[in-house]
Design a protein around this ligand. Structure first.
Ligand code: NDP
Length: 333
């Protein structure tokens, strides 16, 4: 049972010295528990934040602890009435081969609807983040012009499609021509802007001459500033994440154009998907139905190499080396 533990808190970008891979016997479940053979681990930008010893929406991962991660696996041995051996489940099992669970936070995975990696993407937290970020925080309505950054990633690719399916005009921002072509050619975005290719501000004025109603922000930084410049009256900025600053070692400057919020009577609201757990059935029903009808494209990038590959796979998020949901397969079969 290999486990990836936090060896040292990183300053800036995590590296090999951040992680330690240890080995332990396969755990035995106590009464009311079951063990899980972890098969797929989710890679999330938020993991970088969990490594910092600061007050946040969850406590930091402790030094020496198994790295926290959402994962899909199969029940290995069960002493819990609700779970049978061989059953596929998702939960916060951590970066390891085998985990013990009492069932809290565990969701049954229905392979007939979608393969396991999708349950870490569109049918997992990223999908729910996209859904509640738009529907609830963004108060999306048909006819809105919606701008999404990090648009070719796990959350962004689903957010843009949900906005399209809800009758909005959608513009995506992503890094590189391939990602941008994917957004417009396969996901149905109305326009895509490659932020690495030139001025985002100019491209935005061209793509949204009348401005935007919602900015679903995954990246922060200069892109946020450019988006603020094109807000319409009563616009909603949905603060989902700000990955451009997650590895920064200095405090990040605030958006210089924030007065646009005042001029446009706009709002900027942060949210955490965990606060919507009691409404997940609504979001899951909507996303499942779109998948069933073949209207929502899901894309998962499955990396291999076992739990040992966790550190380098996590850094792929910060290099933009993923399209869609990044997942690590932990089994070798
Ligand atoms: P993604 O699949 O979008 O992967 C991260 C992507 O971010 C990369 O592929 C890369 O795409 C882009 N990126 C990396 N560095 C930069 C940079 N410096 N500037 C601009 N873009 C960059 O990850 P997720 O979909 O899992 O997460 C997206 C965002 O949503 C994150 O900010 C995350 O923290 C947030 N989040 C928030 C939640 C909440 O409850 N509020 C829940 C889940 C996620 P590219 O090639 O386009 O640069």
């Amino acid at each position: 049972n290999r486990q990836v533990r936090l060896a040292r808190r990183p300053v800036g970008r995590p590296d090999d010295s951040t992680w330690e891979v240890t080995s332990a016997p396969v755990p035995q479940p106590a009464d009311g528990e079951f063990t899980v053979r972890v098969e797929y681990v989710s890679l999330d930008p938020a993991m970088r934040g969990w490594l910092n010893d600061v007050r946040s929406y969850v406590p930091p991962v402790g030094i020496g602890e198994v790295m926290r991660a959402h994962a899909v696996g199969r029940v290995h041995e069960s002493r819990h009435d609700g779970y049978k051996e061989g059953q596929l489940v998702s939960g916060h099992f951590g970066v390891c081969d085998y985990a013990v669970s009492d069932g809290s936070g565990v969701v049954a995975v229905d392979e007939s609807l979608a393969p396991p990696p999708v349950w870490l993407g569109a049918l997992g937290f990223p999908g729910m983040t996209a859904y509640f970020g738009l529907v609830d925080v963004g108060r999306m309505k048909p006819g809105d012009t919606v701008l999404v950054s990090g648009a070719a990633g796990a959350v962004g690719s689903i957010a843009g499609q949900i906005a399209k399916l809800s009758g909005c005009r959608v513009i995506g921002i992503a890094g590189g021509p391939e990602k941008c072509a994917w957004l417009t050619d396969e996901l149905g975005f109305d326009a895509a802007i490659d932020y690495k290719a030139g001025s985002v501000g100019r491209a935005l004025h061209a793509a949204a001459p009348d401005g935007i109603d919602i900015y679903f922000d995954n990246v922060g930084g200069e892109t946020l500033d450019s988006a603020l410049a094109v807000l319409r009256k009563n616009a909603r900025v949905v603060l989902c994440g700000a990955i451009s600053g997650y590895n920064a070692t200095d405090p990040q400057p605030g958006p210089s154009r924030y007065l646009s919020l005042l001029v446009n009577r706009a709002s900027m609201t942060g949210f955490i998907v965990f606060d919507y757990l009691d409404r997940f059935p609504e979001g899951m029903a909507a996303v499942s139905e779109w998948i069933r009808r073949g209207e929502l494209v899901t894309r998962e990038q499955v990396e291999t190499g076992g739990v040992e590959a966790f550190g380098r796979t996590l850094n792929m998020l910060f290099d933009g080396a993923n399209t869609g949901k990044l997942v690590l397969k932990t089994t070798t079969d």
